[in-house]
Design a protein around this ligand. Structure first.
Ligand code: GRF
Length: 217
């Protein structure tokens, strides 16, 4: 099997990165994580990746000041060096330019801790609690120039429990994130996703089959 070569881009602890690495340990998984790239040298996930023998790279955005194009050129060079097929953003806290995103069109994924299109941006769990939603969750989607938009590949829902804290809710959402990210990457790596009118189909079916939806745990 020709496994797709994946880079995971992180800025922090990297628990989604770890979930992808774990899934890819299985030799029948259609993708392998060949590099973990961080824009911060202190990202906890870097050590975790090194510990399991995965190449790590730091492309420090601060070193490029306001020159985002130069930062992205450096990032692109690292991706090319590792002959990357697919990029997975996993808690990567930099916005990428439209030019960069277009270069990776349909080959770059992101995970967002909310049921998009609700609660784009930061502090999703706090905002979900403040809004009084009964159902919250996580989304894996293709990256497009507009932040937290782009065709949705997989979502998982959790019911909001009365009186629960932001931390408790975040922890339960994180658990389902770790389920849907490996699932979405698998579908992409197997070539099973098609995009039509900005929507993602799985195996040509507009409504995702059961495999692309993790029910509330
Ligand atoms: C996750 O909640 C992810 O959805 C969001 O950033 C967080 C990253 O967590 N984009 P981790 O670094 O994967 O643990």
């Amino acid at each position: 099997m020709n496994r797709k070569r994946v880079a995971v881009l992180i800025s922090g602890r990297g628990s989604n990165m770890a979930a992808l690495i774990e899934a890819a340990k299985d030799k029948t998984y259609p993708a392998e994580i060949v590099a973990v790239i961080s824009n911060r040298s202190d990202a906890g996930g870097l050590m975790a990746a090194q510990a399991v023998g995965i190449a790590t790279e730091v492309v420090d955005h601060a070193a490029f000041g306001k020159d985002r194009a130069a930062f992205e050129r450096a990032l692109q060079a690292v991706l090319e060096k590792h002959r990357i097929d697919i990029v997975c953003l996993a808690g990567f806290m930099r916005l990428l330019s439209a030019g960069f995103v277009k270069q990776w069109q349909h080959r770059i994924l992101n995970i967002h801790p909310a049921l998009l299109p609700a609660f784009k941006g930061l502090d999703t769990h706090r905002r979900a609690l403040d809004a009084g939603v009964k159902v919250h969750g996580a989304t894996v989607h293709f990256v497009v120039p507009e932040m937290d938009s782009g065709p949705i590949i997989a979502q998982a829902a959790v019911t909001v429990r009365p009186g629960e804290t932001e931390e408790e809710l975040a922890a339960r959402v994180l658990k389902v994130e770790h389920q849907i990210y490996p699932l979405a990457l698998k579908l992409l790596a197997e070539g099973r996703l098609q995009i039509e009118n900005g929507r993602c189909r799985v195996d040509g079916v507009p409504v995702p089959d059961t495999a692309s939806l993790v029910p509330a745990p």
